[in-house]
Design a protein. Sequence first.
Length: 558
Amino acid sequence: MGDMRAQTLREVIQIERVLHSKPTNVTGGEAEAMVLFKEAGDCETESMRPVLAKIKQTYIARGEQQLVNYRVRRLCTDARLTQANTLVDQALALPQVRADADQVSRFTDIKAELRNLPSSRARLHASFEQYLSQLKSSDDKALVAIQEKIDEQRQDVNRRINAVTKALHAGTRESAEHSASLERRTQWLSWSITLSACVFGLGIALLITRNLVRPVRDLLDLTLAIRAGDLNIQIEIKTRDEIGLLADSFNHMVGEMREKEAIKAMFGKYVDPRIVQDLILGQQKFIQDGERQVMSVFFSDLEGFTTICEGLTPTGVVRLLNQYFSVMAESIRANHGIIDKYIGDSVMAFWGPPFSNATEHATQACHAALEQQASVAKFQAMLPDILGIRKNVPTIRVRMGIATGDVTVGSIGSEASRSYTVIGDTVNLASRLESANKHYGTQILISEDTHKLASAGIEVREIDAIIVFGKTEPVRVYELLGRTGAISAEVYQLRTEYERGLALYRARQWGEAGAAFAACLAINAQDGPASQFASRIEMLQVQSLPQEWNGAWVLSQK
């Protein structure tokens, strides 16, 4: 029932998206939708992901993508509705249900509500198809009337679904209350028996162990002191029995802990403390092993750093970098990232197991980048005090790139010198994305895999499909705009116009695409990607492009 409700809501949402995108080609597609539906299997998120990717590849126009997606969702809902009816019939056939009049009544009500759903959905689908058939007409009033009718019928479908859900919740509450009552009774009985046994056992133990517990209690007090961070402890050994041996072992343990803390304090300034901790506790794992992991890799670079250095003394450059790295490192570590290395004015960091959750590292990397950009303004305000100057204070801008994918992670290097780091194509892609910001005039670019994994926690706009230096296959890149729900109405409008222009550009509709990018520049005259595409269109529309041209742009520089 829950799956059926979810699929129905997805179908209704997809209708909204089609109404919003207004596809230009609305004919056919039923047969293709049936083939895609069969490939979708159970229509869950994991099963639908390759189907949605296939739709995106097959249909270039966004409206056609949404329409085919709607037809697949409709078939998924039909399948769930049939399954729900079957399950209700099976429930009504169970002896324990037939013996309970309340359950028979409840399932009968659910069955009645389920019978109403197909007719409500059929009316909604008919109105929607009527809307699609009228899209090419110029009768706006007719379209508005049909859309109002669709809204009413969509609300009717939602009411039907809610009625089924309400009936299910009523039964669930009754079962939960009955289970809770039984659980409370069981807990009371269990606690009563346990309490009686504890009282009896404690009485006997108190008589036997009173004189044996005191040394152990003293040892426990010292253990708590160590837990609080006091390692300057030495236990005085008064006996040679088992307690004396335990005290001697305890003193050796505290000595080793003091040595490890000294190592951590010394090397924690050069290597992330979490890596130092793992090296101390499990050195062989990090020295010998290397493994493939899906991780998120981050690169950042100070824009125009060479020019900045020309106006500063060597001491000023060092002070600037040290303070800058401190500010950047704070956001990375606060979001569970590992700083791999500092390369001149660049920062390389990575997120992934075992330091970050396998499903959250992309989101954490994006949030860290956004926090760093927010910290740049604060750092800019600190520069006069850092450098000891009041005039000609350099302007700080930071470019960032994030990529997610397979990397090789481990302790890499020679026998004499090693570094716990990550290597692979994903690392190279992150570096290329950082550099690509110069081409588009952006500040944070992320890869498509980063966007997919972190989509629930971030706002982005697709910038382009590019072929980075050293690669032959294009990759889609996105500009990171902010956390989910944290972008302004102006940025939202700019993103909408830009994505419309990008779709028209890929369809080679140069005039319409140019108008869309001009609308972007009207919203924000400094928008680098829109300006880049406006110039690119002027160049491409006078050229004869090959048939297989896919809109990807080759970046010849690293």
